[in-house]
Design a protein around this ligand. Structure first.
Ligand SMILES: O=C(O)C1=C[C@@H](OP(=O)(O)O)[C@@H](O)[C@H](O)C1
Ligand SMILES: C=C(OP(=O)(O)O)C(=O)O
Length: 430
């Protein structure tokens, strides 16, 4: 399904933020790894969170769900002997469950998205799992991947953090269940470090004890721990909301999003600071953010690694800013659902944007006068490309047609409903 984005000068209204994808996948996982019954209030509903639901069920968790919550009876440290798991296109779900699969005799993760997740590298996690004595069959570090775990003991583990923080998070979920204590050392740089804070927060809520160094590069994890069954409440999702806030910033607007706490470990909350630096009128009080956009934006320089999943939305706003913006330290955007530097900039250029790339940087020469538009956009299977190009389309002179925009459902299935509710001219097309 495609979406036609027709120029929209004004947005107005309020929406409730969707629930955080990253917290939902983590709470589902720790609930499954506990032996009792946990409840997750306000879980996210998206393809990625559904993938985690499906896989923990396959691994033996029992789930009951209503409109407001999921009640989960976990399998503890003894997942069912399942042969195959399908994580859809969800990178974090795959990496977290590759580590959990170390507790299973023989599991194959299938390659359901050869042109997206199928192209992403997992070598760094495979190396670490092998250090624990886990047998892994892979295809050059990519899917399909078979894990023959058995019962790894624990011990010294090193993991590279150069490509993704998800490898470290995965090991942090596994290590407490191993028989012996583990020491995890992160080699190289740790990308998306801030997301590891969410992992540690959730582990602590689940009753797990981990000693982490201040720089998050070394960990001591006592073995033989048990995850506790708990009640969890999922906060609003900053990465998805960043696109709506960017849409409000590039138009004349009065848009409020409810449910985004000022105090949050989601790095993407930095979208608020970045829009302020761009001189977008914005108020953040308690859990509510209100943008009163006047369409005027100033260029910005920003370390994108601090807010990895909001960078594309920030770049979309910078397309209409006065001056040249620079988003640096973003190389790992190349290893996401698509190459979020080269592929994304290709689509922005089609719409008329003036953008440049370096290996680890996006440079945007803003065009406050607007872009021409009137072209078809390739979504590259990437929900964040779809959302960002929608933001750009609102201020083009001619409509943008976003091909295969249904992939937005990976994280934000109601993105276009939300934009329509705010008055955006966005329409699904066969
Ligand atoms: O741990 C997580 O849930 C995530 C970590 C980040 O990935 P990287 O660590 O690969 O940057 C982020 O982009 C992804 O959407 C979710
Ligand atoms: C990169 C993302 O997710 P994942 O790595 O979990 O596929 C994302 O949500 O933008």
């Amino acid at each position: 399904m495609d979406v036609l984005v027709t120029p929209t000068p004004e947005l107005k209204g309020s929406i409730q933020a969707l629930s955080s994808k990253n917290y939902t996948t983590r709470y589902l996982l720790v609930a499954a790894l506990a032996e009792g019954t946990s409840t997750i209030h306000h879980p996210a509903h998206s393809e990625d969170s559904d993938a985690m639901r499906r896989c923990i069920r396959d691994l033996g968790a029992e789930l009951e769900e209503d409109d407001e919550k999921i009640v989960i009876r976990g399998f503890g440290s003894a997942p069912r002997d399942v042969r195959e798991l399908n994580v859809g296109n969800a990178g974090a779900v795959l990496r977290f469950l590759m580590a959990v699969a170390a507790l299973c005799p023989d599991v194959t993760f299938v390659n359901a998205y050869p042109d997206s997740l199928g192209k992403r590298p997992h070598d760094d996690l495979i190396v670490s799992l092998r250090q624990l004595g886990v047998e892994v069959d892979d295809h050059g570090g990519k899917l399909p991947i078979t894990i023959r775990g058995g019962a790894p003991k624990g011990g010294k583990i090193t993991v590279s953090g150069n490509v993704s923080s998800q490898f470290l998070s995965a090991l942090l979920f596994l290590a407490p269940l191993l028989r012996e204590d583990s020491e995890i050392e992160v080699l190289d740089d740790l990308k998306s470090k801030v997301v590891v804070g969410q992992t540690l927060e959730v582990l602590e809520q689940a009753g797990i004890v981990i000693e982490a160094s201040d720089d998050l590069m070394r960990y001591r994890v006592p073995g033989g721990q048990r995850y506790q069954a708990r009640d969890y409440r999922v906060q609003g999702d900053y990465p998805g909301s960043a696109a709506v806030l960017a849409a409000a910033a590039v138009t004349r607007s009065e848009v409020t999003i409810h449910g985004l706490p000022e105090q949050s470990r989601q790095g993407e909350r930095a979208v608020v600071d970045v829009l302020r630096m761009m001189e977008t009128p914005l108020v953040h009080e308690g859990d509510d953010i209100t943008v009163r956009g006047n369409g005027k934006l100033k260029a910005v320089e920003f370390d994108g690694d601090a807010a990895t999943d909001a960078v594309l939305a920030m770049v979309a706003a910078a397309v209409y800013a006065e001056g040249t913006s620079r988003f640096y330290n973003v190389e790992n955007l190349r290893y996401k659902e698509c190459d979020r530097i080269t592929d994304y900039l290709t689509e922005l250029r089609k719409a008329g944007a003036d953008v440049e790339e370096k290996r680890d940087e996006i440079i945007v020469h803003g065009k406050p006068e607007g872009l021409e538009g009137g072209v078809e956009i390739n979504a590259h299977y990437d929900h964040r490309v779809i959302m960002a190009l929608t933001v750009v389309g609102l201020r083009c002179r001619r409509p943008l047609r976003i091909r295969d925009a249904h992939h937005v459902a990976k994280s934000y299935p109601i993105f276009f409903d939300h934009l329509q509710a705010l008055g955006a001219n966005v329409e699904w097309q066969e």
